[in-house]
Structure formats: C-alpha cells, structure tokens
Design a protein. Structure first.
Length: 355
C-alpha cells in the first residue's frame, strides 16, 4: 500500500471514530470535550438560539431511545419530542406500572435526554488536529450536554449571582462557561466543578447564530417507530424508511426562570449496572407519576479544580458546587390497571426473551 493510500485509510478511520464520538454528527461539528484528561478545563461561550421563539433560549432537548435490533443497538428519536405519542414510552410505562419503580425493563425502554446547543470554544485543552494542526479555539461548535452537566449548568444559573435580568448567553455582556472534567473513581464527572464565569465579556462580532431546531433529528413517524419496536421484540429484517422532518411548530414564549424551573423536575432513573453514568431521562410535569424513575445515588464531591497557570482574573474562576438534594420519587398507587393490549405486549416480550 502506498503512503498516499495509507494516509487515506488513516483519515477514514479517524473520521469514523470522530463520528461515533460525536453522536453521529459531522466530525468537525461536535466539540468532544469528554476526551479531555482528568482535571482539565475547557472554556466555551454558549450562544443564544437564532429562533427567538425557543422557550429555552440557548438549548433544545433531544430525546432518544436505544434498543437492540438483531443484536445491534439502534438509537430511535422519541416521538414525545415532537408532541406525539411514543410506543416505546408506552412500553416503558407499562413495565414501571407492572414491576414497580425498580423495573429494569422500564428503565431499559426509557428515553434518554441530551441538551443541544451552540458555543464558541474559548480555551481548548484537546490536542490539535493531526492534519490541520488547528484546535477548536475561536470556532463555533455543537455542544452536547448530558443530564449531569446540564443540571450543573441550571443549578449555577439559579444561584444568587445571577438575577432575572442576567443573560449569560449574551453576545455583548455574557459569561463564559467552564467545563471541568473531575475524576470520580475511574470515570469523569462534570457536575463537580463546571460553572459559569462571574466575569462578563463580549464575543466576536462575526459570530453567526444557528436555529437550534436543526440539531434535532428527523421525526421518524409513529408507524416507523412501532415497526422498529416490533423488530426488537420479535426479530426480522430492518428496511429503510422516509426520514424527512416536517417544519417544527413554534412554542409559546416563557421566561428564563420558568424554563429552568420546569427543567429541574427532570429526575433521571438510577444508572444501569453496565454503564458508569446514569441514564438521562426527561420527566415532564404533566406525565403520569408512575413514570417517575428513582433518583440517582449520591456521590462524594471531589475537590474543585483550580488552574494556577491561568491568566484569568480571580472573579473568572468557577465557584464551588452547591449541595443539592435528589428529588423524591413519587409513585401513583391508585393508577388504573394495564389494558389488555399492554398486557399482551408484555407477555410477548417475556416469551421472546426466553426463546
């Protein structure tokens, strides 16, 4: 193999790795801060949504299910993200109702939530690109925050350091956000020391805003999701389906404080035994109470990372984390029994798994 072809092979392998780490996005679009070493810190400036009707102002929520089809994990958009009924959510609810709040099956079918946003990378601890020699500094990247990091961000916004008129996402007088990868056991934890800077600074005037609705996957439709769920339960060959997304409907405006308070009720279920991090879920206030998974286990806080070599002002250092209590789990014991269709579905699932 010639050196030219070897270079092409290396690039292909790198692109595949970047695509996997970026959740399926273009390799150059998603900022993979999770590749930092322990105790390293990335500084980003979160940008507002170009769509001013977005009630969350600077982020959108991506809801997905992950199920196994023919031995391979497949990620499927949750239809509740588009305001529609989701058959996988219904299966998760049925398991929680039948088996209780500790149901492993209910947790398996529960949806995961990722908060999507755009941000300018201010300081990048990651190594430069092998081909271009460039880092992500000064570039607008897609940021994917899981439940742990997003709850830390929201908790910080609700602190007394920010009043109702504060706008950390402002282009002229906003606040940078520090993403700190602390070590907890053998894994990274972003909820210990990550925080907004208390120093207001402007960003470059030529920053181009993006409609964050473009970060949400296409609506696969109820029939397609139901078909994939049936393949998971009963086996069979997967076929391609139309993937076009209809225009998103504008949501009514809400205040920042209202949006954040609603999001704080999003308590996740406990982590799966096979994974180090808790499963990310979305708990809306108007959902059935039996759909509320148990709170995550408490972890010991690690010391806050301090960058002694940084040239930032003292007021630009993230504050120490505040202790928070996990939300209590509410179980609705008076709920009606499963209908015949759900019982039949659960019976087929158990038979399928035994065979």
């Amino acid at each position: 193999m010639s050196s030219g072809r070897l270079a092409q092979l290396r690039k292909m392998i790198k692109d595949q790795k970047d695509k996997k780490e970026g959740g399926g996005k273009k390799s150059g679009d998603v900022y993979p801060f999770w590749n930092m070493n322990f105790d390293e810190k990335a500084t980003v400036r979160i940008l507002p949504d170009k769509n001013k009707d977005n009630p969350f102002i600077f982020y959108v929520e991506k809801l997905e299910h992950k199920i196994s089809i023919n031995g391979k994990d497949k990620t499927i958009p949750c239809l509740s993200m588009y305001g529609e009924e989701c058959p996988i959510c219904e299966l998760s609810k049925a398991y929680y109702k039948q088996e209780g709040k500790e149901s492993k099956n209910g947790k398996y079918y529960y949806r995961n939530k990722t908060s999507m946003m755009k941000g300018v990378v201010i300081k990048d601890p990651l190594p430069a690109d092998e081909e271009t020699g460039e880092t992500a500094v000064g570039k607008v990247k897609t940021l994917q925050f899981g439940y742990q990091l997003m709850q830390r961000l929201i908790s910080d916004l609700n602190s007394e350091d920010f009043d109702d008129n504060s706008e950390p996402w402002s282009l002229t007088n906003g606040n940078n956000f520090f993403i700190v990868k602390s070590k907890q056991g053998n894994y990274g934890n972003y909820a210990i020391a990550s925080a907004f800077s208390r120093k207001e600074t402007p960003v470059a005037e030529d920053v181009e805003l993006v409609d964050l609705a473009t970060l949400i996957p296409a609506n696969p439709g109820y029939e397609n999701v139901k078909r994939l769920l049936d393949l998971h339960l009963n086996g069979g060959a997967e076929t391609p389906e139309d993937d076009e997304t209809p225009p998103a409907k504008s949501a009514p405006k809400r205040t920042v404080r209202e949006s954040l308070e609603d999001d704080e009720d999003d308590t996740p279920p406990p982590p799966r035994k096979t994974k180090p991090a808790p499963v990310v879920v979305d708990e809306d206030e108007d959902e059935d109470e039996d759909d509320t998974p148990p709170p995550p286990r408490k972890t010991k806080p690690a010391p806050v990372v301090v960058d002694e070599d940084e040239d930032e002002d003292e007021d630009d250092t993230p504050p120490p984390p505040r202790k928070t209590k996990p939300a209590p789990v509410v179980v609705d014991e008076d709920e009606d029994e499963d209908d015949a269709e759900l019982r039949d579905l659960l019976t087929r699932v158990k038979k399928n798994r035994k065979s």
